[in-house]
Design a protein around this ligand. Sequence first.
Ligand SMILES: [Zn+2]
Length: 500
Amino acid sequence: MKFLRIIILISMPFTTSLAWAQPMMPEDILEQSAAAMGGLEHIRNLDSLLMTGFSQTLGQDGGSAASPHPSAPGKWAAQNSVRRYFDLDELSAFQTHRQGFLYPFALAFGHAWLPSAQVQNGIQALNHPLTALKAALGNQSELGAVSIEDDNIVVEFTINSGTRLWLGINQLNKLPAWVRWSGPHNNLGEVTYTTWFTGYVPFEGIRLPSGFTTSIDWRDNVITEFHVDGYEFNVDLPVFESASRGFGAGEILDVDVTTVAEGVWDLRLVTEFQGVETNGTAIVEFEDHLLMFEAYGSEEDTFALIDTANTLVPGKEVTRVVMSHHHFDHSGGIRAAVSRGLTVISKRENENILREMTSRPAPNFPDALARNPQPLKFIPVDEHLVLEDDSRRVDVYEVIGHMHMTDAVFSYIPQERILMQGDMFVIEWDWHWWGDNYMDSIEYFDLDPAIDIPVHGRVASFAEVIENINTQVAAAREFCVQNETAGIYMAGCPVKYSRD
Ligand SMILES: [Zn+2]
């Protein structure tokens, strides 16, 4: 830091920094930045831009690491052959790429390098200096306060949707250094994103960044890194059309309720997107309350399940939820559950991340917890916790040796021999990379399950579970062999499995 300040002092008399010593008008700052990039007129005359390169993204913003620890290694995906088109008149963008996961994933699409096409509108198109500057200087934007942050001058502006952004401009070279905005987040309430622009290189008279790094204000996680390999101006734009719908974008149509045993139900969400029963939860009746297994997906999903569960037994409501593990899809409804006063039961190691999730405010995008803040009530599990009253016993156990999720629990009802789990086994999986964990957990605690109620999929018999694990492990091994034969060495290969 000291070094930077010295540079600023020395360079003051020689640069336009003196002009900025006067009260700073946001228009002037933005126009000087446009001049530094290559000229405002030049920029205004550009209709379109194509940026090509490759990128990496952090799974679930860092919420898919094996461990909930803040320093746990993250799971990254790679996007190659990236083409990001910008319509510089409409200020929209369109990105195509092929994606592969850099860690073992259980569904084939994760390793198929499938093409993807995303339309990026509004704020999603503005994390590039050209679109950000054009938006800020556009006549539908409103310029706000000017401030200083480290070695950048920061201009606040609001686009016509009412969304506020901040553009940081480097005081020395006047080039845009970063853009910042915030958005809603299932697990974290609200998140602030900052995309840094680095390594400016001149392309046909305009300086453009060669690197983009986006970080969030949770654990300072870097969630995207983009490496540019080229720019083209005034290209013919393709039709901006998404190739597929977003994951879990479907509207909830119904909740299917199946009685698995007396006082034990399986609840599955039926969504418009998938049209079939998919993710769900087990509900277990106690003397004076109901226990739920997992607050999966989102606030909407979790409320649909809780509201349906609360109709099952007159006078009894869900007051406790077991969270199998912290992954952001599995904890997507935790804020919602806490807003309803539910106590969360999980592995002790998840307490810290649960406190992070449930203590974050969401002033600009208030979810149920922001509207009705509640403290986290947490019951930790080490190896084993017994939940018991005169009518019911449920055991909560640590999952043994699962490298997909190191701090996980599952539940077991000894009387009806029902096992409730998330991600120990999923019937739709193509490949099981961690096939030992299910039987290892059962043997470690000397259990004898007959029925499996999963978070993903459907209720299955124990025999079906074991049969499918064997098939999925064999398929994962085969996938490894195929890749190795082609000279490709996949993460997760060879498959670690000891129950042949
Ligand atoms: Zn899962």
